[in-house]
Structures are given as C-alpha cells and as structure tokens.
Design a protein around this ligand. Sequence first.
Ligand code: GZL
Length: 347
Amino acid sequence: MKRKLLTALVSATMVMSLMAGCGSTDTNDAAETAEPAAEAEETTSEEASDDSAASGEKLVVGFAQIGQESGWRDAETASIQEYAAEHSDTVELNFADAQQKQENQIKAIKSFIEQDVDVIGLAPVVETGWDQVFAEAQDAGIPIILLDRTADVDESLYATFIGSDFIEEGKVAADNMATLIGGKGKIVEIEGTVGASAATDRKTGFDEQMAEKYPDIEIVASQTGDFTRAGGKEVMESFLKSNPDIVGVYCHNDDMALGAIEAIKEAGLKPGEDIKTVSVDGVHDIFEAMVNGEANCTVECNPLLGPLFFETAQQLKEGKTVDKWVKSVDGVFTSDVAADVIDSRKY
Ligand code: GZL
C-alpha cells in the first residue's frame, strides 16, 4: 500500500505544481485539478496496459511458483516468464521458485506484501495452511490469484482460481481406461503430491467414476509419486512386484506415467500393450511415448496460463471484479491420433 500511496501523492503533487505553474494560484482551482481525471471509458486490458505504460505505472506482480517437479510445471513457468519479458514496458514480475515447499511459498508471499506489489499469484503446492498469509495480503489490499491449483480457504481470501476441473479430468481418465482394458481387470493408481488439489480431485473423479460405472475393474493399489518421473518409476516398480497381473496404470500426471513406463519396460513387459497407461497433462514427451506405442491416453491440462494470468491481474489492478473460477478448456488425446497432433503441440 505504501508504494501505491506514494505514487498517488506524487501524481497529485505533480498535477498541482503543473497547474500552479500555469498561473493559477486559487487553491480551489488547484484542488479541482488535483481531482482524478473524468471517468475513462471501460478499457481493455491492452488499453489499460498502454495507459499504465503511458502513466509509467507498471503492473507489479509477485508469483510464488511451486518448483520444477514436472514438464507441465516448467511449461507454465515459461508461459509466465515469457509474457512478462514480452511486456516488460508495462509488467514487472517478481518470481519465486519454492522448491516444492509450502514454507517457501509463504515466505515469498510475505515478501511480496512487503514490496507492496499490485497482485500476488500462487500455485498452492497443497490445499491447506494458507489462511493467515492470505489474510495478511487481504489486510494489505493485495488480491491473490490462484493458478492451476486451489487452496482450501474462504472464497473471500482470494480473487480467482484460474485452472482446470480436476474431478472432470479424473472421470475422463476413468472412461478411457475402461475402454482400453475392455471394462475389466486389475489396475493401479499413481497419485500426485499428497494434499495437492490436482491430486485429490483427480483421484476423486477417477475412483468415483470407476465405482459407479465399472464394477469389473478393481484398483488394487494407489500411492503417491509426488508428480515426478522418479516418483512414478519407484512406485510402479513396487506395484509390479506385488501385483504381477495388472492390466492398466492411471497416473495423475504424464511425468509419473513416463517413469512408470520405464519401470514396466525394466520388468520385461510392454507398456501400452501388456499394461495400458492413462495420465493427465498432455506434455510433449507423453505424445512421443504414444507415437512409440508405449502409452495410450493423456487427458490435457493446459499449463500455458501466463497471458490469462497477467490479463486477469491487470483487471484486478483496475479494480474490476473477475469470476471466482476461470476454467481452462482441455481435450483428451489417445495413441491413434498422437502422430497427427504431436507437431502442433505448444508444450
Ligand atoms: C495441474 C498442476 C499439476 C500438473 C502436474 O494444474 O497443478 O502440477 O498436472 C504438476 O504435472 O506437477
């Protein structure tokens, strides 16, 4: 708030001194010219952005990123940083990489509050533990945008969530797994980071769809691989030892599926044939695996959220309200189309 107050005082002083320079000494005139300019027409974020450039007042954003746990996360980070670099005349990005630790994200948010940024962005590594620091941001008058994962807090503590419907992703994954294995057989599930909304909800969607529609499919084991390739491989190795007769594996992201595929091959089995794979994200490497016949299906989850994030931040800076959930539109891709689309993929 300090930065914004100072800016307002400087601007008002500049206006008054300019008017004083024009020979007007009447305090009323000076006071009148210090009033805000006539209400501008509704502007688009570009025009607003140009206005902020013209006024020299940039949109200052602090973003607390989770880390670098997956190809999807790297694609999201690139989308955010590239947008800021391409719009450096109107946008200033303070970026923090939390190395997948919530305490580092909380520290980053506190420092953004100290810096008095206009908007705080956060991909919450887990859903809980945010109430206090979100309240501090609210007290400082700084809106929070949740990006790609939700937080378990009162809706009043954040401005909007920009991201996918993870429960729907889980349901779509279940339907595709059922198709791949003919509606019956034993499968395993490799979960994302414990406590992360993307993991919790992808599990809910998948498991509930299986229970409701596919009684002849049994999930014989489910364990977290923490959204990493190494984690997916390690968990799949243990699953294969204790469940030699499984016919499918559902992974909450593609990186864990790519790790599981390595484990399946090292066990002398054929991924994509002996054991069908369904995962979520739509990263380039899973399309390569599908082209090679080693993976079967990926449910897309768009990470290229940089432009939408900054446009939403600009709207919040202008005092506009935004929808509480700005939902990503995602597709689903199976191995039969992988070769046709892989070259057009943007991440
Ligand atoms: C989804 C995002 C998840 C991705 C993973 O919005 O939070 O986190 O699916 C990433 O790849 O680690």
